[in-house]
Design a binder for this molecule. Structure first.
Ligand code: HEM
Length: 402
């Protein structure tokens, strides 16, 4: 297969409207060199089969220390992305390979099984009800509902004061975008300081929550270093809310734009679990997986990616692959959308998927139940998406509740 020499620039136009461009890529350049908004040169993989191949190939890795060395090829030495404060946050399972990955994931695995998270259902329902009680007239669904719900759940699970959620949201947006034009170091430092202080307080006076449990593990010996503890807390906080927010908001938008589907779901709420899977497929919360790199030459989809190059998989593009899903650009809640890769694939498959599914079902189910006349308060074509190759998330979602 021909390899294009000019990398495709992932600009604002691409991030706002990726689907048509990625359909072309799947057809003619399914493994294509790109330049990210953060100025990294990477290979973008868009076909479902190839995305899964990358995510299970042991020659395509995460190791944050080696990734840092590779970043240096592209970035100025003073780039905030290379700053030790920012790099230190990446000391967690999502940026680790086995055996570190296996050790770190095992420490929290039990807290996120389907059975354990099912116990949270009554509390999640209560949080949703309380938020819905406060919504009247025209609201930004993101601010009023989609954001506070998962944020409250993950803060309570970890034992982090919910009152500080606005600060978390701001730090998270800067950190997740990892955009060198924003104050990455400041946000990283603020979040680290905040959590380091909280960890100290919980060490003195443990409480019944996941963070206190992890502190005990860390103090106990060799399974979790202090730096890993801090990174783990940050990962869980960020991964636990910034994604589910988008499931609720993107999902609601997709339903409001497909009245027949919305009607079918309202008529038969037992379709909710399938509907949530289809919403994850149709407009998932993450555009790409996180950055990986090759440790040797790797052939993907007929293209040889040389050693020491970055690889990005497009989860959105894979979930719209016509080779895998019939009529992929149509929202169809009656289809069996199993096999989508919205939660990734392989060893880094989302740890929080059972919690995210539960939150998504409760949030969307209750919202439609409470506001049967829910509708958009703006032309959907004027909505803007966040500037991030990682996230597929709206800036705001104005709706009429009555
Ligand atoms: C990993 C998606 C919610 C925790 C991932 C990955 C994806 C993903 C695609 C893999 C990234 C990669 O391989 O580069 C989602 C989506 C969510 C969601 C779409 C919501 C709908 C959550 C929640 C938590 C969570 C609620 C709870 C704490 C994690 C963790 C990892 C992860 C810890 C790292 C797993 C590992 O490296 O082994 N998620 N996530 N996620 N997610 Fe989620």
């Amino acid at each position: 297969m021909e390899v294009m020499t000019e990398p495709l620039v992932l600009d604002e136009n691409f991030l706002q409207n990726p689907y048509a461009i990625e359909a072309e890529l799947r057809a003619s350049a399914p493994v294509r060199q790109v330049i990210t908004p953060g100025r990294l040169r990477a290979w973008l993989v868009t076909r479902h089969e190839d995305v899964k191949a990358v995510l299970t190939d042991p020659r395509v890795r995460k190791d944050s220390r080696r990734a840092t060395e590779l970043f240096k090829r592209f970035l100025r030495p003073q780039s905030p992305v290379l700053h030790p404060t920012y790099r230190a946050l990446e000391n967690h399972m999502l940026h680790a390979d086995p055996p570190d990955h296996t050790r770190l994931r095992k420490l929290v695995g039990k807290a996120f099984t389907t059975r354990t998270v099912a116990r949270l259902q009554p509390r999640i329902e209560q949080i949703a009800d309380e938020l819905l009680d406060q919504m009247t007239g025209e609201v930004d669904l993101l601010e009023a509902y989609a954001l506070p719900l998962p944020m409250t759940v993950i803060c309570e699970l970890l034992g982090v004061p919910v009152a500080d959620r606005d600060a978390f949201r701001d730090w998270t947006h800067v950190i997740v975008a990892s955009d060198p034009r924003r104050d990455l170091v400041g946000a990283s430092q603020a979040m680290s300081d905040y959590l380091a202080d909280l960890i100290e307080r919980k060490r003195e006076a443990p409480t019944e929550d996941l963070l206190s449990d992890l502190i005990a593990v860390s103090d106990d010996g060799t399974r979790l270093t202090k730096q890993e503890l801090l990174s783990m807390a940050i990962l869980l906080l960020i991964a636990g809310h910034d994604t589910t927010v988008n499931l609720i908001a993107n999902g609601t938008l997709a339903l409001l734009r497909a009245p027949e589907q919305l009607k079918a779901l309202k008529a038969d709420p037992s379709l909710l679990p399938d509907a949530v899977e289809e919403l994850l497929r149709y407009e998932g919360p993450l555009h790409t997986g996180t950055m990986r790199f090759t440790v040797e030459d790797v052939e993907i989809g007929g293209v040889v990616i040389p050693a020491n190059e970055f690889v990005l998989v497009s989860l959105l593009a894979a979930n719209r692959d016509e080779r895998r899903f019939e009529e992929p650009d149509a929202l169809d809640i009656s289809r069996s959308a199993g096999g989508h890769v919205a939660f990734g694939h392989g060893i880094h498959h989302c740890l929080g998927a059972p919690l995210a599914r539960l939150e998504g079902r409760i949030a969307i189910g209750k919202l439609l139940d409470r506001f049967p006349d829910l509708r958009l308060a703006t032309d959907p074509d004027t909505l803007t998406w966040r500037t991030s190759t990682l996230m597929r998330g709206l800036e705001a979602l104005p709706v009429h509740t009555k």
